[in-house]
Design a protein around this ligand. Structure first.
Ligand code: PEP
Ligand code: MG
Length: 586
């Protein structure tokens, strides 16, 4: 029998395939031999996992209520001691030195300790086996965090993945493994995993609660990312229908190819710039297939979160240089590290304190200014690459002028360090910032006086303006790019750019949604930065647009307050029904 479920469609497209259910909480113990050269890094990996298990358990201990019974506190204390127990840890390290991978080494040591307790006469001591088992499992989970998806190899090809949640790094890996789509139980439409799914063209649904209970492994599933629904065990009629829809989508994509490398000029002769959003150097190839253009947003943190160890200056420099050279004279906008919230490096995931509200915490430029050595390393890498083509530096989550002061000092320092080594760079490298928090939009006028360009990050701007956590599916119903406050902040930012004579682009998801293209043109947006997957669709709307008409209509729309009125007005703009006057909601 077919079952239909709803979720939040985060990436358009139809995915059809058999299900692979991902259970992270039961990592399978992989057994393989390592080489002599890998021993040191494997030991370090084990130590990191052990520290991570300690940090997690300590954090749990800190959070539990003061009236928690002493036995439970004692139980946690025992586990904390056991995680750090020298017999356990030296045993594991010795097994690693015998060229076993960390998971296997841990399992062998666990079995040994359990057998020692097994032979004990004392009933109480025998029960301590359970403690060993739990402690070992907690370390195994942290080791497993390296990436359960990674270990699946090619077995995911053509599958629909059903998981509790996925990290952006998982998503990147799964794309590589050619999955047909994914469904997660948690996550909002603006999570970085969702954004990645969209830009990688993976059909995806998030927020499908209890998906792993409702969907069985190997069942056939259809995902309709546009409508936010899925069908489990579809009958032949549904399968035929959705395969037909998938073909239509494919055909639409083919039709749009006629716009490849055509200029984006509106009917009334306004030239619009269309740039691409990229996450990795591989994305440049997909971008150049649809347009030989520049990059308006390169999310550099993706390189950090998908790597086992954070890339150093040389690795970053090589990556940036490779991209700018591949763009053949088109500009590359490198967004400096936007780590934090749902984008964490493996190391910080394991050691960092758990912020109560990470989206409001030490994220993006705040994190970089707190760790100037990390920021300087990236600045030097960007500057060095700027000797090979036009690069612009873009700061995420800028909030105040003192951040600009500090950034300018650090750029100066990075340049001085390169001068000492006689390394070349573009001394006039443009510096811009993302407008992502309401404070920045309200102060855009003053930022525009000090910066070379601005770029509106609507994903965060909407998150912070409407106070909704972008990764929490419980509040995703509040996500509303048409909220009057959001529209006003966008309008203010665009005006600030015009007044200061600097370009303002938009690189958030709103720019990639064809429903809003005409509205944004009417508001005065002339620079769009979007994933390659939607670039031609957005262009198809631009070349049919008449900006002077849209400006009139948008001016009217900005007077509206109610969501229903605004979306109706947008619908009218999209349908080109200009004749009827806009009515205000009663
Ligand atoms: C944004 O916030 O709109 C944006 C483009 O940045 P990110 O989605 O990477 O936070
Ligand atoms: Mg952002």
């Amino acid at each position: 029998m077919s079952i239909m479920l709803n979720g939040i469609g985060v990436s358009r497209g139809i995915g059809i395939g058999n299900v692979y259910v991902l259970y992270r909480e039961q990592p399978e113990v992989q057994e393989y031999l390592i080489t002599e050269d890998d021993v040191e890094s494997e030991v370090q990996r084990y130590i990191r996992a052990k520290l991570s298990a300690l940090t997690e358990l300590s954090a749990i201990k800190k959070r539990i209520d003061s009236d928690t019974p002493d036995e439970i506190l004692a139980f946690i204390d025992t586990h904390l001691l056991m995680i750090d127990d020298p017999v356990l840890n030296t045993g594991v390290i010795n097994h690693i030195k015998q060229l076993r991978n960390a998971e296997w080494a841990l399992q062998i040591q666990c079995d040994r300790l359990i057998s020692v307790f097994d032979n004990m006469q004392d009933e109480y001591l025998r029960t301590r086996q359970d403690d060993i088992y739990h402690v070992v499992r907690s370390i195994q989970l942290c080791l497993g965090d390296e990436n359960p998806v990674h270990q699946l190899g090619d077995s995911l090809k053509g599958k629909i993945i059903v998981a509790d949640d996925l990290t952006p790094a998982d998503t990147l890996l799964m794309k590589h493994q050619k999955i047909a789509g994914f469904i997660t139980e948690y996550g909002g439409p603006l999570s970085h995993t969702a954004i990645l799914a969209r830009s990688l063209g993976i059909p995806a649904l998030v927020g499908v609660h209890k998906a792993r209970q409702l969907i069985n492994a190997n069942e056939t599933v259809i995902i309709d990312g546009k409508r936010g629904m899925l069908i489990i065990s579809p009958d032949n009629k549904s399968l035929k229908h959705f395969k037909g829809l998938r073909r239509q989508e494919q055909k639409k994509k083919e039709d749009l190819k006629r716009l490849v490398n055509q200029p984006a000029i509106t009917k009334d002769q306004h030239h619009i710039t269309l740039h691409g959003n990229i996450d990795r150097h591989e994305d440049v190839r997909s971008l150049r297939k649809v347009e030989e253009t520049g990059v308006g947003l390169y999310r550099t943190e993706m390189m950090f979160i998908s790597a086992k160890t954070p890339p150093d200056e040389e690795q970053q420099y090589q990556e940036y240089r490779k991209i700018v050279k591949a763009l053949k004279g088109n500009p590359l906008t490198i967004r400096t590290l936007d780590l934090g919230a749902d984008k964490e490096m493996k190391d910080t995931q394991q050691h960092g304190p758990l912020a109560h509200n990470p989206a409001m915490g030490l994220r993006a430029i705040r994190r970089c200014l707190k760790h100037p050595e990390l920021f300087l390393m990236q600045l030097r890498a960007i500057l060095r690459a700027s000797a090979f083509g036009p690069i612009r530096m873009m700061i995420p989550m800028l909030t105040n002028h003192s951040e600009i002061d500090q950034i300018l000092v650090l750029i100066k320092q990075a340049k001085a360090e390169l001068d000492l080594k006689k390394q070349a760079y573009d001394d006039n490298i443009p510096l811009g910032a993302m407008i992502e928090v309401p404070a920045a939009a309200l102060a855009a006028e003053t930022f525009a006086e000090r910066l070379d360009f601005l770029s509106i990050g609507t994903n965060d701007l909407i998150q912070y303006t409407l106070a909704l956590d972008r990764i929490d599916d419980e509040v995703s119903y509040l996500y509303d790019p048409l909220h009057p406050s959001v529209l006003r902040l966008i309008d203010m930012t665009l005006k600030a750019g015009r007044n200061a004579g600097i370009p303002v682009s938009m690189c958030g998801e709103m720019a990639s949604d064809a429903n809003y293209t005409r509205l944004l043109l009417g508001l005065g947006l002339r620079y769009f930065s979007v994933p390659a997957t939607v670039l031609l669709e957005i262009k198809s709307i631009i070349i049919e647009a008449n900006i002077s008409k849209l400006e009139d209509e948008t001016r009217q729309l900005l007077k509206l307050h109610h969501h229903a009125d605004i979306s109706l007005a947008v619908e009218r703009i999209n349908k080109n029904q200009h004749s009827a006057p806009l009515k205000l909601h009663a």
